[in-house]
Ligand binder design. Structure first.
Ligand SMILES: Cc1cc2nc3c(=O)[nH]c(=O)nc-3n(C[C@H](O)[C@H](O)[C@H](O)COP(=O)(O)OP(=O)(O)OC[C@H]3O[C@@H](n4cnc5c(N)ncnc54)[C@H](O)[C@@H]3O)c2cc1C
Length: 286
């Protein structure tokens, strides 16, 4: 973990663009509750093939202008053309955005062509070619391996390609086994990778939702956690209380061992993040 201890700690949060007026109101309420914590930046997801492109843009601008927080759009490149990515980059640049999360994304079902980018390292390279050092670029990392990777070694090599293409930092897929993260960092250190790799943190508030997400993204829910969550049945209050305890303990262990901050997948909800933040005693603007 030595490579990680040298980086200043950064606490950040992720949101998704709202799809209805009701969801917009909810996101504003959530941001009003979370903004006083002063996260270092707030990232906003981007639908595959640009399905939420305008909404991502609007949400980023609102976070920046109405809440005074640094906003960081995600850009996914699969099924996109270079011209469309160029246009997005310049629009963000014109709005004073300096921070980007660069991803490949997933091909929407029914779409067969990957477009002009096959992998995220090509997007990182393109952003550097087009905009030099204007953007601080984050990429995705997978301590439990990306579900489509043929092996851990191949996935690590892919991660290294993104770093070499010009990434400044990485945010991990969420996980509940801290050992997976510590081992991943060891493996990265062996390959000479020493950029900050911030753990992505998924609060546990809803068992069926977390089970579905984890199935899709390859995050393992430890058996003892799964069994307890199952035993709570429809008792949402107990699920939330147990989830808060488990995820706060995970965060504590990660920070104690030298993780350079935490990135919270808020799912546009404030309470779980507020609870974890309080349990960890994170200061405002840390
Ligand atoms: C922090 C974070 C935020 C995310 N935000 C979004 C979002 O906003 N929108 C969205 O649609 N998705 C998002 N995702 C999901 C992500 O798009 C998917 O996991 C996607 O399948 C992979 O994206 P990537 O950028 O990691 O791809 P890549 O790094 O390109 O990797 C994809 C796969 O290809 C392999 N690979 C990579 N490069 C090569 C190469 N040169 N040759 C052969 N194989 C290679 C990798 O090992 C991996 O299996 C996010 C994931 C994370 C962790």
């Amino acid at each position: 973990m030595e490579s990680q201890k040298k980086h200043p700690r950064i606490f950040s949060m992720e949101f998704f663009p709202p799809k209805s007026e009701e969801a917009e109101v909810n996101l504003r309420k959530t941001l009003t509750k979370l903004a006083p914590l002063k996260p270092r930046f707030c990232s906003v997801t981007f639908g595959a093939a640009g399905s939420t492109r305008e909404k991502t843009f609007e949400t980023v601008v609102e976070i920046q202008n109405s809440f005074g927080l640094e906003a960081s759009p995600h850009i996914s490149c699969i099924a996109s053309t270079k011209a469309s990515i160029r246009e997005i980059l310049h629009a963000y640049k014109d709005h004073g955005i300096r921070h980007i999360v660069a991803l490949r994304g997933d091909l929407p079902s029914g779409m067969l062509s990957a477009g002009e980018f096959r992998y995220a390292n090509e997007l990182v390279e393109f952003i550097r070619q087009e905009t030099g050092d204007h953007f601080h670029i984050e990429v995705a990392a997978y301590p439990e391996m990306h579900p489509q990777a043929p092996s851990l070694e191949a996935d690590l090599r892919s991660f290294k390609r993104k770093v070499e293409a010009g990434a400044d930092g990485a945010i991990t897929q969420y996980f509940f086994n801290p050992e997976a993260y510590f081992r991943f960092i060891d493996d990265c250190e062996k390959l000479g990778i020493d950029l900050p790799i911030v753990p992505g943190i998924m609060p546990i508030t809803n068992y069926s939702q977390i089970s579905r997400f984890s199935e899709l993204c390859g995050a393992e829910i430890p058996r003892w956690v799964r069994k307890r969550l199952e035993a709570f049945g429809d008792d949402r209050k107990s699920i939330r209380a147990f989830g808060l305890e488990v995820v706060s303990d995970l965060c504590r262990r990660l920070l104690e061992q030298g993780a350079p901050g935490l990135h919270f997948y808020t799912l546009n909800q404030a309470e779980a993040v507020l609870g974890i933040w309080k349990n960890l005693g994170i200061g405002l603007g840390d």
